[in-house]
Design a protein around this ligand. Structure first.
Ligand SMILES: CC(C)(COP(=O)(O)OP(=O)(O)OC[C@H]1O[C@@H](n2cnc3c(N)ncnc32)[C@H](O)[C@@H]1OP(=O)(O)O)[C@@H](O)C(=O)NCCC(=O)NCCS
Length: 247
């Protein structure tokens, strides 16, 4: 993890992914939040105002501030001028006027932890979840039989961490592909090898050439990354943690 304490111009090549992580205080006063509204365009402001719960509204706003500040380091554009658009299935992408270098990205947030992945031309998905006790029986229908069998062999003390690992990997993969409509979470499963995470499926056709990564960037946060790359070339992931007042 590389700790970052100021902004700079960032460079990427197509054999690497940059993952950014930041945490915000849970209690942010409303004037602090109001001061950040200029980062949102009119569609984002509309969505912001539709959130019923203040905590969700703040997390959405901070997510967009985080995303735009991260992206602005790769694009020669100030954060508030970055335009986010959407694919046909709702995946956020850069507006053509903002995208001079085919930057691909994905954002995730949970309990005021924020994660963003950035690549040059490689489809990418990221998921962060704050780990809370959950009963596996409530999410078994998302899991493949192989994953249920795998979890039953894991010692009980490790099971929650492993469950969140599988969960975040599934979300990251589905988000990368924009596949929520066509592939069910239980159509595929992961095999955990000592230095690699592999995906398996019986479904065809199925997207190929994926690399998967999992870390816990802070206490109780699970973070998974899925990136589509040419399998023959080495792919590097650099993790950046914003340990200053990012927001
Ligand atoms: C819409 C969805 C991306 C929300 O996921 P989530 O875990 O609640 O939230 P995350 O914080 O990880 O992701 C939200 C961010 O993903 C991005 N996003 C939204 N739609 C997306 C899509 N179709 N594809 C990729 N990214 C998307 C957005 O940036 C969004 O944040 P924002 O609206 O604040 O900008 C998606 O996960 C979903 O609906 N999943 C269905 C649940 C499911 O079937 N889960 C299977 C478990 S494996």
């Amino acid at each position: 993890m590389i700790y970052v304490n100021n902004f700079k111009e960032m460079h990427l090549d197509d054999r690497e992914t940059h993952v950014w992580f930041a945490q915000a205080a849970l209690e942010l006063n409303s004037s602090t939040m109001q001061d950040k509204l200029f980062f949102l365009d009119s569609d984002e402001l509309h969505k912001y105002n539709r959130y019923k719960f203040p905590q969700k509204r703040s997390e959405y706003l901070l997510g967009r501030v985080f995303l735009k500040k991260v992206l602005s380091q790769y694009l020669n554009i100030s954060p508030e001028n970055i335009k986010i658009q959407y694919s046909a299935n709702g995946k956020p992408v850069l507006g053509s006027e903002s995208d001079s270098i085919d930057l691909q990205f994905n954002l995730s947030h949970s309990n005021f932890g924020f994660a963003c992945a950035v690549t040059l031309g490689n489809p990418v998905g990221i998921d962060i979840e704050y780990v809370i006790p959950v009963e596996q029986k409530h999410i078994n229908h998302y899991l493949a039989p192989e994953e249920i069998a795998y979890l039953s062999d894991v010692p009980p003390a490790e099971r929650l961490k492993n469950l969140f690992q599988i969960w975040t990997l599934k979300e990251a993969f589905l988000k990368a592909n924009d596949l929520f409509e066509t592939i069910s979470p239980n159509d595929f499963y992961f095999i955990f090898e000592p230095t690699d995470i592999k995906i398996h499926t019986k479904k065809t056709p199925f997207p190929e050439n994926w690399k998967f990564y999992f870390i816990m960037p802070a206490d109780n946060f699970s973070l998974a990354l899925a990136v589509q790359t040419d399998y023959k070339t080495k792919h590097d992931v650099k993790y950046y943690c914003c340990d200053f007042n990012f927001f």
